[in-house]
Design a protein around this ligand. Structure first.
Ligand SMILES: Cc1ncc(COP(=O)(O)O)c(C=O)c1O
Length: 385
């Protein structure tokens, strides 16, 4: 098979590959505890599912405007303005799956040779999207000892005349770090001074236990140079619905929508009224899910504290732990051995960038019994390595 040179340089998604492997092993009967899934294990709240069924039955089954139905664009804008202080209206919103938004943003803003700063470690797909455009990812190292908080001085030091964009993801996948307001402000100042765009991935904005979620687009001078993405997947257990959004200046939305209209045309129609229900309807189930995640995080942290080879920060958001492992072994090999020998699936830290070496990611979006069993298996396996 001959693929483009551009594609040959892109590895497949490491996180999706592990999830696929785990599904295959489970289907073959293996007793696997999976800490690899980046998705809530709950069902979508019933008021949202009901709104979708109603919309489907009412015949709302045709193309929608490619930017999304007006009611949903407005609901997203109202929510983002009131909760996150982003000075937007419906014309600033494009309805699209969050990952698709990130991919289209890379295509819409980046030219070959442009440089993009991104935290190390960070979620796997940013680097792939950047490389697909011929732009160059440049990692800004964050460290365990600083709780993976980004140091704006390092951002400044990494910036050059070619820097086009800086990526922020708070709360972070894989570290769970919620970037403090002072950090966001520091990065905003650099963006304004140096005329750099910010791409702010806020998909975990509601899965937060401490700290305060701050949107960089709400900072002075930033709205015109920020693309904010978020969505329903993690907040409302709606990963399979493929619904999210991008928020940007109106003329940028028109530009990004060229890509949407030439690719997926629009999002699925009958899910969009249900997304309005998700955002504007009762929020109790969402709050219950977050509280359950918090309990699971605390349980997992307690159990990890009893494993001598591991140490872990207390993350304030998302549903991941990113422990450091004292065993001198590449994280890919460690993850492979944990899967084969302990039948526990974790994601190797190296999948998230060079600074992830020596770490692995645990998703605690799974039941308490699984958390106990999986960490007990990891404890035994590490003791014997
Ligand atoms: C940081 C981050 N951004 C974006 C996404 C993509 O979200 P979605 O699956 O809703 O497109 C994910 C999914 O895991 C993620 O972890």
């Amino acid at each position: 098979m001959i693929t483009s040179k551009r594609l040959q340089e892109i590895p497949p998604s490491g996180t999706v590959a592990i999830s696929n492997l785990v599904s295959k092993m489970k289907a073959e009967g293996a007793d696997i505890v999976s800490f690899s899934m980046g998705e809530p294990d709950f069902s979508t709240p019933s008021n949202i599912a009901d709104a979708c069924v109603e919309s489907l039955r009412s015949g709302f089954t045709h193309y929608t405007p490619s930017t999304g139905i007006p009611e949903l664009r407005k609901a997203v804008a109202d929510y983002s303005r009131s909760k996150n202080g982003i000075p937007c209206d419906a014309s600033n919103v494009l309805i699209t799956p969050t990952k698709q938004a990130l991919f289209m943003i890379a295509l819409a803003y980046l030219d070959p040779g442009d440089e993009v700063l991104l935290p190390d470690p960070s979620w796997v797909s940013y680097e792939a999207h950047i490389r697909m455009t011929g732009a160059v990812p440049k990692y800004v190292t964050t460290s365990f000892d600083d709780g993976f908080v980004i140091d704006p001085e390092k951002v400044e030091a990494a910036a050059t005349s070619k820097t086009k964009m800086v990526v922020i993801n708070s709360p972070s996948n894989p570290t769970g770090c919620v970037q403090p307001e002072s950090t966001i402000k520091g990065i905003a100042d650099i963006c304004v001074d140096r005329d750099i765009y910010a791409l702010s991935d806020e998909i975990y904005e509601n899965v937060i236990y401490g700290g305060r979620h701050v949107s960089i687009a709400s900072m002075p001078g930033m709205f015109d140079r920020t693309i904010t993405v978020s969505g329903l997947s993690k907040t409302y257990a709606m990963t399979g619905w493929r619904l999210g959004w991008a928020i940007a200046p109106a003329q940028d939305i028109v530009a990004i929508n060229k890509l949407q209209s030439h690719s997926i045309t629009c999002c699925t129609s009958f899910t969009q009224p249900a997304a309005v229900e998700a955002i504007t309807g009762p929020q109790e189930e969402k709050d219950r899910m977050v509280e359950t995640f918090r309990k699971r995080r605390d349980l997992a942290l307690d159990l990890i504290s009893e494993i001598p080879q591991l140490e872990c920060n207390v993350p304030e958001g998302a549903f991941y732990l990113f422990p450091r492992c004292s065993i001198d072994m590449p994280s890919n090999e460690l993850a492979e051995r944990l899967l084969k020998e302990a039948k526990v699936a974790v994601t190797p830290g190296r999948a998230f960038g060079p600074a992830g070496e020596g770490f692995f990611r645990i998703s605690y979006a799974t039941g308490e019994d699984q958390i106990r069993e999986g960490l007990s298996r990891i404890k035994k396996a590490l003791a014997s390595m």
